[in-house]
Design a protein around this ligand. Structure first.
Ligand SMILES: [Ca+2]
Length: 344
């Protein structure tokens, strides 16, 4: 090769570096999966410190799994994220918006829209930016759009109230919501659940929205807490991110600090360096069902608990539709590995 050509090649590979493995899409790749992610990302620790969690503004606990979930989707070459719709839960809707924007910026994907959804369950039924976006995105591409909702369900139920034909027009609705608290013979890390009778935030921040979806939401798929505790990040994962030292990896490692500390206090007995990958799991299984054991089919209803919260229970009523539920991961190691790669 002539020297000039070699210099041009080297210079062009500096200016336009080859995309990393997760971003390589060949000419024969199938059409991407079109996703809307509805979440309550609580990943901006300075802001969470001021705003607290939604149900307890005095409690400044970050819950960064939503940010990891966004990265898992954004860096899957087979996925096109149409938009991120924000709501309250892990923190406020405003914190979710800012955190989602920060993740997009660090992932080089600032073009993905972030929409403002309900800031309180009182906004159930109000046509927020997020609810309108869901309706428009689904109805303009009938049978193509999938929604992964891993937050309180106000935005999704509101979209359904605005457009009752959504279930016939979305490709799938995946709900990372609720728990059966041992009723399925499955274990759960329900330290809080054992104490008060429930622990899942997504069903309990807006139970009305969940009830509305159970009645009118068509054929959705459930990923309850039983499966959301099946994969984790450890202190070693956090150290590896620090070592990778890209701006994104350093940001994620920094944001994981407070949750590891909190869980260390709650779990005790040396489990302090483990964080459950709650929101990542429904998304990952929605994209690759082979990561999970085959789903159960159950008639699902809501059951009120002694101290006022709700869990899911199996219904005996034949009029209640039977639904698919993923309750156990088959391959947590592959999921954890993919997430590690996508956080760098
Ligand atoms: Ca979430």
């Amino acid at each position: 090769m002539r020297r000039a050509a070699l210099v041009i090649l080297i210079l062009s590979s500096i200016a336009f570096p080859l995309p990393p493995a997760w971003a390589q899409v060949g000419p024969d790749s199938p059409a991407p999966r079109l996703l809307i992610i509805d979440d309550d990302v609580g990943m901006l620790k300075a802001e969470v410190k001021k705003a607290g969690t939604y149900p307890a503004p005095w409690l400044p606990v970050t819950d960064p799994d939503g940010g990891l979930e966004l990265l898992y989707a954004l860096r899957d070459p087979a996925v096109e994220v149409l938009g991120i719709t924000c709501t309250m839960g892990c923190s406020t809707t405003e914190v979710c918006r800012h955190a989602a924007r920060r993740i997009l910026e660090l992932a080089g994907r600032s073009e993905v829209p972030v929409l403002r959804g309900a800031a309180s369950p009182k906004e159930l039924g109000q046509p927020t930016e997020a609810a309108r976006f869901i309706v428009d995105a689904v109805m303009s591409r009938p049978g193509q759009v999938e929604i992964v909702a891993t937050a309180p369900l106000t935005n999704i139920a509101t979209a359904l109230m605005l457009e009752p034909r959504l279930p016939q027009n979305w490709k799938a609705l995946h709900l990372g919501t609720g728990e059966f608290l041992g009723a399925l013979g499955e274990r759960s890390d329900a330290y809080l659940g054992r104490l008060v009778g429930y622990q899942d935030l997504n069903i309990n921040v807006d139970p009305e929205a969940t009830r509305y979806l159970l009645a009118h939401g068509g054929d959705f798929i459930l990923y309850p807490n039983e499966i959301m505790d099946d994969a984790r990040f450890t202190g070693a994962d956090r150290r590896a991110l620090k070592k990778a030292a890209t701006p994104l990896a350093l940001y994620v490692a920094d944001e994981l600090g407070p949750i590891f500390k909190t869980l260390g206090v709650l779990n005790g007995r040396g489990l302090g360096t483990v964080m459950y990958l709650h929101g990542v799991i429904p998304l990952a299984v929605a994209l690759q069902p082979e990561l999970a054991e085959p789903p159960l089919e159950l008639r699902v209803t809501m059951q009120r608990r002694r101290f006022g919260g709700y869990i899911f229970a199996e219904s005996e009523d034949p009029a209640v539709p039977s639904r698919k539920l993923y309750v156990r991961l088959h391959d947590p190691a592959t999921l954890e590995k993919r997430l590690r790669e996508r956080c760098r």
